[in-house]
Design a protein around this ligand. Structure first.
Ligand SMILES: Nc1ncnc2c1ncn2[C@@H]1O[C@H](COP(=O)(O)OP(=O)(O)OP(=O)(O)O)[C@@H](O)[C@H]1O
Ligand SMILES: [Mg+2]
Length: 261
């Protein structure tokens, strides 16, 4: 590094611009090769730092909220999923529903984007510095059952009750036994009118008793609290996972399945 670059690196170090310190020699050489103007070079140098900061912020959000993947509303192809309204999702992305402590429930068959949209809304909330936690229903009940066994139930319950937004993914994938149903009920009931829940399920409300092994009482107790202040988004249509196979005619679409039966 020449003396000038070394001095710039020292300034950057003092200002805490660690990416600039690391990237400076490479960026300076690149600027010289490409004959960049001073302003272009300065912009590139500062951008390296802001990009790294954005990356760190995203990693922190992913870690604290335990999102399983990163998906945004911009990544969502609204043209493919006509039953989802872009306007409605934009409105939800404002996170006003979280301030009002309301719930959002995504229902629909596999692969239509329920988890994608739940994570995308969770990210919007996290960007607004709201505390968000993501869990699958199976993990939630397993974690609470384990805490119950080792005597840390109250503390564990708090981790699901405290966040401004709790996302419970995949309700109904596996039926819940009586104890598990009760654990889920406790979470929903503690959050009722206190904090928002985003929930995804592949079962329509009419089929919810099945999730709770035929216990209609607990199903209605949970649904009653969830639905009191809520928006339901029922997604229909084809699985995005299978869209290429559908196009290639490897998988039957809904119409063809109906015609065959
Ligand atoms: N309309 C869409 N535009 C872009 N990507 C989509 C869309 N719908 C789904 N996807 C993508 O397809 C994959 C499956 O979507 P997702 O996991 O959200 O489905 P799901 O409804 O939660 O399904 P399951 O019930 O099996 O959990 C993901 O990678 C998701 O990002
Ligand atoms: Mg899913």
């Amino acid at each position: 590094m020449n003396l000038e670059l070394e001095r710039i690196a020292l300034h950057a170090e003092r200002l805490g611009l660690h990416t600039v310190v690391d990237m400076l020699p490479v960026l300076a050489e690149d600027a010289a090769t490409k004959n960049q103007s001073y302003t272009e070079f300065l912009e590139r140098v500062l951008r390296s730092e802001t990009e790294a900061a954005d990356q760190r912020a995203t990693e922190m959000i992913m870690k604290t909220a335990s999102f399983p993947f990163l998906r945004t509303l911009e990544d969502f192809d609204f043209a493919f999923q006509a039953s989802v309204s872009r306007r409605q999702l934009k409105e939800l992305a404002s996170c006003a529903f979280i301030e009002r402590r309301e719930n959002v429930i995504f229902l629909g068959p596999p692969g239509v984007g329920k988890s994608h949209l739940a994570v995308a809304l969770g990210l919007e909330a996290a960007k607004r510095r709201l505390k968000v936690k993501f869990t699958t229903c199976a993990d939630l009940v397993a974690s609470l059952a384990q805490a119950m066994r080792i005597g840390t139930y109250t503390t564990r319950l708090r981790t699901y009750v405290r966040p401004s937004l709790l996302i419970i993914d995949e309700i109904g994938f596996l039926p819940l036994g009586a104890e598990e149903a009760n654990l889920l009920f406790q979470v929903i009931s503690h959050r009722y009118e206190r904090g928002s829940v985003i929930l995804t399920s592949n079962k329509s409300y009419g089929e919810w008793a099945e999730i709770f092994s035929g216990d209609g009482v607990i199903a209605s107790a949970i649904l009653d609290r969830l639905l009191h202040h809520s928006t339901t988004i029922a997604i229909r249509g084809q699985s995005y996972r299978l869209r290429d196979k559908l196009k290639a005619g490897i998988v039957l679409n809904d119409k063809e399945v109906t015609e065959r039966n």
